[in-house]
Ligand binder design. Structure first.
Ligand code: RB5
Length: 142
């Protein structure tokens, strides 16, 4: 189960990502926002982060205008490793090396076609489980 959330800046891209997940038969839970009316991105960062931390959802996707505010907010929550990715190389590396548990994107930065490839790369790349990466992640958590 994937937790997904956005602010007004990410609303339209969130709809596209959800359609895409549906087409891949990947289950998701939409934590809002549910309209393109102006709202506050930390609210949605928190909802998605809590769903991931409680293990209700295994991974999260967060979208705002730039992806910056919503990833900063998510990364304030202990246990969250939110990676802001606007290319597939970063999406693959952050899953493999950082075991990122949330993908963040900026809808005003990346087009929908590219964003969906980034989502696929993030979801389809496993964590390497390499000792050096585990050690570094544990150092972040300390
Ligand atoms: C909203 O206008 C915008 O500030 C927000 O979506 C995001 O880009 C913040 O980092």
């Amino acid at each position: 189960m994937i937790a997904i959330g956005c602010d007004h800046g990410g609303f339209e891209l969130k709809q596209e990502v959800m359609e895409h997940l549906k087409s891949r038969s990947i289950e998701y839970k939409d934590f809002g926002t549910y309209t393109n009316e102006s709202c506050d991105y930390p609210v949605y960062a928190k909802k998605v982060a809590e769903a991931v931390l409680s293990k209700e959802c295994e991974l999260g996707i967060l979208i705002c205008g730039t992806g910056i505010g919503i990833s900063i907010a998510a990364n304030k929550i202990k246990g969250i490793r939110a990676a802001l990715c606007h290319d597939c190389f970063s999406a693959e590396a952050t899953k493999s090396h950082n075991d990122a548990n949330i993908l963040a994107m900026g809808a005003r930065v990346v087009g929908a076609g590219h964003a969906l490839k980034i989502v696929d790369t993030f979801l389809d790349t496993p964590f390497s489980n390499d000792e050096r990466h585990i050690r570094r992640i544990n150092l972040i958590e300390d």
